[in-house]
Design a protein around this ligand. Sequence first.
Ligand SMILES: C[S@@+](CC[C@H](N)C(=O)[O-])C[C@H]1O[C@@H](n2cnc3c(N)ncnc32)[C@H](O)[C@@H]1O
Length: 209
Amino acid sequence: MLELEEYLIAHTDPEPAYLAAINRTTHLKVLNPRMLSGHLQGRVLAMLSQMMQPRSILEIGTFTGYSALCLAEGLAAGGRIHTIEADDELEELIAANLQLSPFAGQVVVHIGDAKQLIPRIEEVFDLVFIDGDKREYQQYLELVLPKVRKGGIILADNTLWDGKVLVGQGSKDPQTAAIMEFNNRLSADERVDKVMLPLRDGLTMIRKR
Ligand SMILES: C[S@@+](CC[C@H](N)C(=O)[O-])C[C@H]1O[C@@H](n2cnc3c(N)ncnc32)[C@H](O)[C@@H]1O
């Protein structure tokens, strides 16, 4: 871990024990455990959610449930988080992980492609976390924006993509090219306010006007 990240974590609240357990089992059992938000970003997601006290949250890309449970910490009484995961092999682990937390009853897991499922979820969202396939971010944004209330917040993860967005337009890697295109289009998008933060792998905060 980088020295700066160690210092930030040392001066940030600890993860709840169930999240530390999910982090450990994800590293032991699942491919690409680095996809999990982790301690520092998890506490940022929890803090933002607590500040908003949303009634309805949507997450695209559940993975092992870590970030969904961080976002759930801020839900208003009776509120719910819908989270969508395309990989059905993760379904059992997600269900088991949710049960470790106090929020299992407030998390609705949808297994399938977010592009198909988002139009079928009839909710107005206060908060959305986009963390699915990097090549699909623009499609997710177009699908969720009409379902977000005015003033609602969309968070997009990995918008620095390991710093590869800085290499310029020559990039042939489709993920990098798509994230660069998403960032460029978003910066000129007058439907929303936006600010890009250099947190972990880049977190962009988007507010619907
Ligand atoms: C970076 S991981 C999510 C990490 C998780 N949000 C966290 O912070 O712990 C991305 C997840 O999105 C899922 N995914 C990719 N494309 C998707 C799609 N079209 N619909 C739903 N999930 C998708 C992947 O299977 C993967 O589990």
